[in-house]
Design a protein around this ligand. Structure first.
Ligand SMILES: Nc1ncnc2c1ncn2[C@@H]1O[C@H](COP(=O)(O)OP(=O)(O)OP(=O)(O)O)[C@@H](O)[C@H]1O
Ligand SMILES: [Mg+2]
Length: 431
């Protein structure tokens, strides 16, 4: 459920609250005057703030977007051209004047942007620990491209959680072996559907670094310091992340050449490169480049008969010609009990596609993926719920790809009570 903060006249606030209840959002706070907004927003920490389009409120909205880049700001009602320009620059959403429609638009926008966002601000990062059985083991470097021909199949979920798992594992490898082992997550969603970057206003220093920063790099001068400077580092998951192109101009510039430069550059400096893609292959040169340079292509398919048939027909007509069968595997997502089993599903796919694609992993339906905890903390799900069935399945998927076990465990709690308990249990043992 999205948490909104609403400002404006008492009638506007009242109507928005009623609309929020109808659209499954919660109004966690309200302000009658612009002066109260900043303090109250910090108290409530909402996902979104909805304000009316009166000039005194739009100024607050623009200011708020600048100082709180991780909160989405919405302005309800018409504004003049110059305010519109300032609002667009601050990445503020303009929504209809009618409270019902305004709230509906807010809820849709907030829903579209989660949960795939790594938050790069000052949240306390407490990643789980990699199972202690894991010692330094040699594994070959991999470039994994996560692809599906259908939106919403779970590509981003797979890509970001796999990146996080491998990132945490890589950190242990670095510690044990004393040599760098790094993971890059490249976001090649050219339409920006992942939405992470939307949380950063233009001009904000923390705005995620996008592909364009790689434009100046040439192969022979490429240094790790330059690469690190052109990537966003997420400490919790130990992943270097590259956001998709942001502006129209960046999208134009992000073509075949730049994509090759990025993938090849990353292959030089990262042990694992994971590429999250958008759906269509048509006019998507960077995705084709990534597929061509991949050591593994993961085709993500929902555990739905209809989706399987669509993927099989895309495979027969197009994908099968582009992809190397030896490097391609399938990941079934949202597997749940049905009248057909996973092996029925895979067999039916082979029949329809005219080729066998090995199953690399099956991920269960995980209701908690949509939970507030994982969405709002900005951490990949495997970090938030290391002991969930979904995380265990992700570990198995990673094992099938890498050939080594990756297990993660929740970090032991270190609160005061736990320390006292630990102290007492030690004393008892001594006696
Ligand atoms: N195993 C699962 N159980 C429950 N929900 C899931 C599961 N996998 C993905 N989802 C949810 O489905 C939605 C779509 O997933 P995701 O964004 O990963 O798909 P996608 O293929 O990247 O979509 P797009 O094509 O828009 O980029 C998300 O809200 C995600 O939380
Ligand atoms: Mg996606």
């Amino acid at each position: 459920m999205s948490l909104l903060f609403v400002g404006g006249s008492p009638e506007f606030v009242r109507e928005c609250k009623a609309a929020a209840a109808r659209h499954g959002a919660k109004v966690g706070g309200e302000a009658a005057s612009p002066y109260d907004v900043y303090i109250l927003v910090d108290k409530v920490k909402p996902d979104g703030v909805l304000l009316p389009s009166h000039p005194e409120w739009t100024n607050v909205a623009i200011d708020l977007a600048r100082v709180r880049p991780n909160t989405l700001i919405f302005v309800s009602g018409p504004v003049n051209a110059s305010t519109w320009a300032r609002m667009s620059e601050a990445r503020i959403y303009s929504v209809p004047a009618d409270p019902e429609q305004a709230v509906k638009a807010c809820v849709t926008a907030l829903g579209r942007l989660n949960p795939q966002r790594f938050r790069l601000d000052d949240i306390e990062v407490k990643p789980p620990e990699v199972a202690s059985t894991q010692r330094a083991v040699p594994v070959t470097a991999r470039t994994l491209v996560v692809y599906s021909d259908k939106g919403g199949a779970g590509k981003t979920t797979v890509a970001e959680n796999l990146a996080a798992l491998m990132g945490m594992w890589a950190r242990e490898q670095e510690r044990a072996a004393g040599t760098p082992c790094r993971v890059a997550l490249l976001d090649f969603n050219l339409d920006g559907s992942t939405g992470l970057y939307t949380w950063f206003a233009l001009g904000d220093d923390r705005r995620p670094k996008t592909a364009i920063l790689w434009e100046d790099f040439t192969e022979d001068t490429l240094q790790w310091s330059a690469v690190a400077g052109a990537m966003n580092y997420h400490e919790g998951a130990n992943v270097y992340y590259l956001a998709p192109p942001q502006t129209a101009d960046e999208k134009v510039r992000f073509g075949r050449d730049l994509a090759s430069r990025i993938v090849e550059g990353c292959q030089k400096f990262f042990h694992f490169v994971i590429v999250d893609t958008g759906v269509a292959l048509k006019d998507r040169d960077p995705i084709l480049v990534a597929l061509a340079k991949a050591t593994d292509v993961l085709l993500v398919c929902r555990f739905e008969y209809k989706d399987m048939r669509l993927l099989a027909s895309a495979y027969r007509q197009e994908l099968g010609r582009i992809l190397d069968p030896a490097r391609t595997g399938m990941v079934l997502n949202r597997v749940r009990p049905t009248w057909f089993t996973v092996s029925d599903f895979v067999a039916a796919f082979s029949r329809e596609a005219g080729a066998a694609v090995p199953l690399k992993g099956e991920l269960p339906e995980e209701a908690a993926l949509g939970d507030k905890e994982s969405q709002v903390s900005g951490q990949p799900f495997v970090c938030v719920r290391p002991d969930s069935p979904f995380t265990r399945s992700m570990c198995l998927l990673a094992r099938n790809i890498l050939g080594v076990d990756i297990g993660i465990t929740a970090r032991p709690k270190t609160g005061l009570m736990e320390k006292v308990r630990a102290l007492f249990s030690k004393n008892r043992q001594k006696r």
